[in-house]
Design a protein around this ligand. Structure first.
Ligand SMILES: C[S@@+](CC[C@H](N)C(=O)[O-])C[C@H]1O[C@@H](n2cnc3c(N)ncnc32)[C@H](O)[C@@H]1O
Length: 202
């Protein structure tokens, strides 16, 4: 089998699953077509809460379809979004993830971000370094003790390398007294996606 060392999306999900309990609170910073949101929902189950962000209606509708098929209770909000309450189900929010700290209701055990553009969507609508780094800073503050943040970076598309540098700088500078950071990268394929996973302790 080819490219078996590049399954970073799957590995990020698996490393979150190690610490996310059933009934927990988890966040997807980039819902996209809902693959990660679905995996997060499967981790926390129907008694847990998933909060997923995207700036594109198309992405949230696709994610909603996945969640409904999976049997989740879905709440889709597209405007005038207020801070959420702790409540079992899946909250799909059409907003910039740079506002994550304003709306997430408690300390999540797992947060995921799969950066770049929506597969099958407009390639110009990509995640951007400024809002990405802001969302990651807030995510690190929000995380529960023992919680993990998993981020997959795609350096291969226009703008991706710059975002990769910004994300790498962010994780490299995280305080080692509060975070342990793992990076998975294919060293001889600079265009391949790579993964950061940060675990927090207090
Ligand atoms: C690679 S896709 C995510 C894939 C998704 N996790 C999945 O499992 O299908 C990246 C997504 O990030 C979204 N996005 C870009 N900038 C954003 C922002 N500032 N806030 C929230 N979502 C954003 C895009 O609209 C796109 O749907």
């Amino acid at each position: 089998m080819k490219h078996v060392l590049t399954r970073v999306v799957k590995w990020g999900q698996e490393l979150l699953a190690e610490v996310v309990p059933a009934g927990g609170l988890v966040v997807d910073l980039t819902a996209g077509n809902g693959q990660d949101t679905l995996v997060l929902f499967q981790m926390v189950g129907k008694t847990g809460q998933v909060v997923a962000f995207d700036i594109q209606t198309q992405a949230l509708l696709a994610t909603r379809d996945q969640m409904v098929t999976a049997g989740a209770k879905v709440r889709l909000q597209q405007q005038d979004i207020q801070p959420l309450r702790c409540e079992a189900g899946v909250d799909l929010l059409e907003m910039d993830h740079a506002e994550v700290a304003r709306v997430v209701p408690a300390a999540p055990q797992g947060i995921i971000a799969n950066l770049g553009y929506l597969p099958g969507g407009q390639r110009e609508l990509i995640t951007r370094p400024e809002s990405t780094v802001s969302a990651l800073e807030q995510s690190c503050s929000l995380l529960a003790d023992g919680g993990r943040l998993a981020v997959v970076v795609y350096p291969g598309h226009p703008g991706g390398a710059e975002e990769g540098t910004a994300v790498t700088n962010f994780f490299t500078k995280l305080q080692d007294s509060s975070f342990q950071v793992l990076q998975m990268k294919v060293s001889n394929r600079p265009q391949a996606p790579f993964l950061f996973v940060a675990e927090k302790w207090m």
